[in-house]
Ligand binder design. Structure first.
Ligand code: NAD
Length: 370
């Protein structure tokens, strides 16, 4: 029998533990009803870890993350820790995990579920059926390049400097993630940069083109300048399948794409590292929303982004496509039945809390053929 897969759950702060609780019920359901059993570890992270251990990410927690087949993260942060120095912020936990696990490819799907098409700020005819995947390089580029800093010039002016820098290796490895994903989807990749005004963008375009020609001739590649991509995402977002881009442009475009769906509580994400010699690949999955301190402890948070993050984990880290699809379909049926948490509420729907929404997903899973 194959060894059980090891998962590390890091619920974090605010609504993190509330939405993670609903994932644990799904994990329990898979064990009882599908015979799919995981080895589960759970630990503190972020503010909860700062309070208990004086650090947002303890070395022991990092060791658990390194040993795991995948990490499922909730959310961290909140007003209780806002006054802390920059080196003691709960959010440092995510940055440390990304750095220590070498997680360089951030996957942000933006999907519009049919029952939620009215939640988008755009017209239904523009976003109905939207299903795009943005792959953002997340450890390089201008957020990390040097030289950087603020200096005082001889004439007394101050000057701020940041540097956009990419190597072919960095571009190729994130490009491979995008092309591999495209092969499992619509086989189309749009590579986004500003090669008209930036040398790093020109290298990005040349490198992605060479990679496609050498290894992915079955995938269609288009190039689009970042400013035009922003416009196209609003004008006609369904033209895209997979978008691959740098850290900076990905930061902006993935938030833009998220808002096309209109519902923060529905959006999962993944961050992947390189496939290592033993075939193992570090990966962290998390909803894109934060710890939502304004609603924490009230039992009203939407757990679906966290459950969808778990479905991504099953798909990308464990190769359990069928179970991932089963969970996603159960969620669509729950929404079609008219159940809504407050964040996605619409007229005529039934407003429910976190636990009832999680329960409804389990009920729909129960109806699916095993
Ligand atoms: P947020 O995403 O926590 O909340 C924004 C708004 O969306 C709030 O009104 C909140 O109630 C609502 N919301 C978010 N998730 C929801 C859900 N699942 N169901 C229902 N409503 C939901 O962003 P913020 O308010 O800017 O940040 C709050 C804290 O979270 C800050 O400390 C911030 O640093 C942290 N944060 C953490 C992460 C992370 O852990 N990855 C990401 C973003 C923000």
């Amino acid at each position: 029998m194959a060894a059980r897969k090891k998962l590390l759950l890091l619920p974090g702060d605010g609504i993190g533990p509330e939405v993670m609780r609903e994932v644990k019920r799904v994990i329990d359901w898979l064990d009882r009803k599908r015979g799919v059993t995981f080895e589960i570890e759970e630990d503190l992270v972020g503010g909860a870890s700062l309070d208990a251990r004086g650090t947002p990410l303890a070395d022991t927690t990092l060791a658990l993350a390194k040993a795991a087949d995948a990490v499922l993260f909730g959310a961290v942060g909140g007003p209780a820790w806002d006054g802390m120095g920059f080196d003691r912020r709960p959010e440092l936990a995510i940055l440390s995990l990304r750095r220590e696990l070498g997680l360089f490819a951030n996957l942000r799907p933006a999907m519009v579920y049919d029952p939620l098409v009215g939640a988008s700020p755009l017209k239904p005819e523009i976003v109905r059926g939207l299903d795009i995947m943005i792959v953002r390089e997340s450890t390089g580029g201008i957020y990390f390049g040097s030289p950087r800093g603020i200096e005082t010039l001889p004439d007394g002016q101050r000057r701020g400097v940041n540097t956009e820098v990419y190597t072919t290796h960095e571009i190729e490895r994130v490009g491979r993630v995008a092309f591999d994903l495209a092969r499992k989807r619509g086989r189309v990749v749009a590579s986004v940069e500003k090669s008209n005004v930036m040398e790093s963008g020109l290298l990005w375009r040349q490198t992605i083109t060479a990679l496609r020609d050498a290894e992915y001739s079955d995938v269609t590649l288009t190039h689009i300048l970042a400013d035009n991509c922003a416009m196209q995402l609003v004008r006609n977002p369904r033209q895209f399948d997979v978008i691959v881009t740098s850290n900076l442009f990905g930061d902006l475009l993935s938030d833009l794409a998220a808002m096309l769906t209109g519902s923060l509580g529905m959006l999962p994400s993944a961050t992947l590292g390189a496939v290592q010699g033993d075939g193992k690949q570090h990966a962290l999955y998390e909803p894109i929303h934060g710890s939502a301190p304004d609603i924490a402890g009230r039992g009203v948070a939407n757990p679906l982004a966290q459950i969808l993050s778990f479905a991504m984990l099953l798909r990308y880290s464990l190769g359990m496509e069928d179970v991932a699809v089963e969970i996603e379909r159960a969620i669509v049926r729950v929404l079609s039945n008219g159940l809504r948490t407050a964040d996605i509420m619409s007229t005529g729907a039934a407003r429910v809390g976190t636990g009832v929404m999680g329960e409804a997903v389990l009920r729909e899973l129960d109806k699916a053929p095993g």
